[in-house]
Design a protein around this ligand. Structure first.
Ligand code: V47
Ligand code: SF4
Length: 375
C-alpha cells in the first residue's frame, strides 16, 4: 500500500484515480467516513494534478447583491430581510457607480440577490445592459438557478425566454448558488419555498442547452448526512455528463450566525478540507474546484490547494452573504495578494475571466513582456 495512506480502504480508491476509473457512490461514502485526512488529501491531489496541473485560477471580480429583500425564508440564511422596509434594492445608478469604482480592470461581476416580488421584470435585463455599457470588457455572471426559477414563476414566462432576454442584455454566465443539498428531506425542512433538487438541475440544464455556462455549489456542514453529500455530487456529475455546462464547483461551508437553523457551529477545518477533496474526486468531469477564500479564510484556502482545489476565486470587494452570517474574513483582497497566496504554496497563478479565458489585458501584458525580452 502507498505509504501516504493510513486507511487501507483508500488504496483501491487511489488505484482507480491513478487509472482514470470513475469513483462510485460507495467510494464517495468511504472517503467521507474515513479519518485519514492526509490520505484523502493525497488522493485528491493526484486527481487535481492530472486534471489541472500546477495552475491555480484567480479573477479580478466584485459582488453586487442588488436586493436583500426575500420572502423565501431559508432557515440557514442570514442575508435576507423579509419586510421591504428592513431591506434595500439597488438603483441602477448605484450598481453602475459601484462597478465604475472598481480600480483598474474588472473581469467579472458576480450578481445575486433575494427573490423580491416587488421588482418589475425590466429591472433585470436593464441592470445587465447598464453594466455592459459602463464596463464593456467585464463579464456579467448573474442569477442563480433559484432566481431564474423565481423569475419564470413570477413573470409567468418559460426559463428559455427569460434567459434569451438576459443573454441579449449581456448575460455571460450564471453563478452556482442555491443548490444547497439535493435532498427532499432537507428541502422540506430548510428551504421548502424555493426550487428543490429536481428544478435546480432542470434550470441548470436549460441554461447549458441555451449556451450559458453555470457553476454549482453544495452547502455543507449543518444537518446533512454524508450519504446526502454523495448523492448531491453524483447528481451534479450525471448532469455534467449530459451537458458539459458546469464550469466550477464550490463547496460552501455552513456559517452559523444570525439564522434560524438550530446548528450553532461551523464545520471544522478538517471537515472543510475533506469536502473539498471528495468533491475533486467525485466530480471527475468538472474542470474546476473553487476554494472560496471568503468563507474559508486565506490560510485554509491556501491549504485546500493541496486538497484538490485549483481556483481560489477573486478580489470580491464587498461580500454580504457570509459576513452577515458571521464570517470574520476580510471583504476583499488585492490582485497581488491573491497571486502571492497561490505562489507561496508553490502553484502557478493564472488570471481568468468568468469563462476561464485569459483576459485581454493579460495577453497584452504578456506580449509586452515578450517584446521586452526580444529587445
Ligand atoms: O446560495 C447562504 C449559501 C450561497 C449561508 O458561483 C450560505 O462562482 C453558508 O453561491 N452559510 C451564495 N452558506 C454564495 C454562492 C457563491 C459564492 C462564491 C462563488 C460562487 C460562484 C457562488 O451561499 C447561497 C447559499 O447556498 N449560503 N447562507 C450560510 N449561513
Ligand atoms: Fe432568499 Fe436566497 Fe436567503 Fe433563501 S438563501 S432566504 S432564497 S436570499
Amino acid at each position: 500500500m502507498d505509504a501516504s495512506l493510513t486507511d487501507k480502504r483508500l488504496a483501491p480508491i487511489l488505484d482507480k484515480v491513478q487509472n482514470g476509473i470513475r469513483l462510485d457512490r460507495e467510494d464517495g461514502l468511504t472517503l467521507f467516513e474515513s479519518d485519514d485526512l492526509p490520505g484523502i488529501g493525497y488522493v485528491a491531489d493526484v486527481a487535481r494534478e492530472r486534471k489541472a496541473g500546477d495552475t491555480v485560477y484567480w479573477v479580478r471580480n466584485m459582488h453586487v447583491n442588488y436586493t436583500d429583500i426575500c420572502a423565501v425564508g431559508c432557515k440557514f440564511c442570514a442575508f435576507s430581510r423579509i419586510k421591504p422596509e428592513d431591506g434595500y434594492v439597488y438603483s441602477h445608478e448605484r450598481t453602475v457607480d459601484e462597478i465604475l469604482a472598481y480600480p483598474g480592470n474588472l473581469a467579472e461581476v458576480h450578481i445575486v440577490g433575494g427573490c423580491n416580488g416587488k421588482i418589475p421584470w425590466d429591472y433585470y435585463p436593464e441592470m445587465i445592459s447598464r453594466i455592459k455599457a459602463a464596463r464593456p470588457q467585464t463579464h456579467v455572471k448573474a442569477f442563480t438557478m433559484v432566481e431564474l426559477d423565481f423569475f419564470a414563476r413570477k413573470y409567468k414566462r418559460p426559463v428559455e425566454d427569460i434567459l434569451a432576454e438576459l443573454k441579449d442584455a449581456g448575460l455571460d454566465a450564471c453563478p452556482g448558488g442555491g443548490a444547497e443539498v439535493f435532498s427532499n428531506r432537507l428541502h422540506s425542512y430548510m428551504f421548502k419555498h424555493k426550487a428543490g433538487a429536481h428544478r435546480w438541475l432542470e434550470v441548470a440544464q436549460i441554461c447549458h442547452e441555451n449556451g450559458i455556462k453555470t457553476n454549482a455549489t453544495m452547502l455543507f456542514g449543518h444537518i446533512e448526512t454524508y450519504e446526502e453529500r454523495v448523492v448531491h455530487l453524483d447528481l451534479l456529475r450525471k448532469l455534467q455528463d449530459k451537458t458539459g455546462g458546469f464550469q466550477a464547483f464550490i463547496p460552501l461551508a455552513y456559517h452559523a450566525d444570525n439564522n434560524d437553523l438550530e446548528v450553532e457551529h461551523n464545520p471544522s477545518a478538517p471537515e472543510i478540507l475533506k469536502t473539498v477533496a471528495v468533491s475533486r474526486l467525485m466530480l471527475d468531469n468538472f474542470e474546476h474546484i473553487k476554494a472560496y477564500w471568503i468563507l474559508m479564510g486565506e490560510r485554509l484556502a491556501q491549504v485546500s490547494l493541496a486538497f484538490g482545489a485549483n481556483d481560489i476565486d477573486g478580489t470580491v470587494i464587498q461580500e454580504k452573504i457570509y459576513h452577515r452570517a458571521g464570517a470574520a474574513t476580510a471583504m476583499s483582497v488585492t490582485a497581488s495578494r491573491l497571486q502571492k497566496m497561490i505562489e507561496n504554496v508553490g502553484r502557478r497563478p493564472q488570471e481568468r475571466d468568468a469563462l476561464y479565458n485569459i483576459p485581454e489585458w493579460v495577453s497584452a501584458d504578456t506580449k509586452e513582456t515578450l517584446a521586452a525580452l526580444d529587445a
